[in-house]
Ligand binder design. Structure first.
Ligand SMILES: [Zn+2]
Length: 209
């Protein structure tokens, strides 16, 4: 994806001053939004899947992520990483999302969805294209902000490098009462989502300190 965007949440959705360990008052939380985009974010889907983002018909046509819903099972996702596996899903034409990886469940994690909302996008200002850890690191396209060294995901079908699509930060509101209603990717880490255009396969990994 050529452009880099910041995900802009409604003010009441991320209202705390400290967003995880980030500055909740940083300017990247309140960038001017583009009018053309408004996507569904969070919420529960069928078969234990939780929506991350549903891209609409207008967005990302060039790499065909228009009308694609990115969704995962968090318990599988957290276990996958511990097993040193990656997690992949096949997106079938009738919008069915099917896990491609059999995940060995070693640890019990909850699978609460992210709190449902609608998100808007802002173009990432030049000075934040290669952002550090300040502020809002929930982003689409551009250069991922890595917690550890940069990683690639390779499509399990065609073995080509997958495209980076978006990243979500720890601290986003979820429905898990046992963790103060905040999602945690490891120890305050970040979740990265990838896509193979040819095979319509999504893949995910997370990194933390
Ligand atoms: Zn592929």
């Amino acid at each position: 994806m050529d452009n880099s965007y910041h995900i802009i949440f409604e003010e009441k959705f991320v209202q705390h001053q400290d967003f995880g360990q980030r500055n909740g008052l940083h300017s990247t939380w309140s960038l001017n939004t583009l009018n053309d985009f408004k996507f569904k974010f969070g919420g529960k889907l069928q078969n234990g899947l939780n929506r991350l983002i549903s891209f609409d018909d207008n967005f990302g046509r060039k790499i065909s992520i228009n009308n694609v819903t990115f969704a995962i099972n968090f318990e599988d996702f957290f276990n996958a990483q511990i097993n040193l596996q990656n997690i992949f899903y096949q997106h079938l034409d009738n919008s069915i999302i099917k896990p491609l990886t059999k995940i060995n469940i070693v640890n019990t994690y909850s699978n609460y969805p992210l709190k449902e909302t609608e998100i808007k996008l802002a173009l990432t200002p030049k000075e934040f294209l290669n952002q550090n850890w300040e502020g809002n690191s929930n982003r689409i396209g551009g250069n991922p902000i890595w917690v550890q060294k940069s990683e690639n995901l390779y499509c399990p079908k065609c073995n080509h490098k997958m495209s980076f699509i978006f990243q979500l930060d720890s601290g986003l509101p979820d429905l898990n009462p046992n963790n103060n209603y905040e999602i945690m990717f490891g120890n305050d880490g970040v979740c990265y989502a990838f896509w193979c255009l040819k095979d319509k396969i999504s893949g995910y990994l997370w990194q933390s300190t």
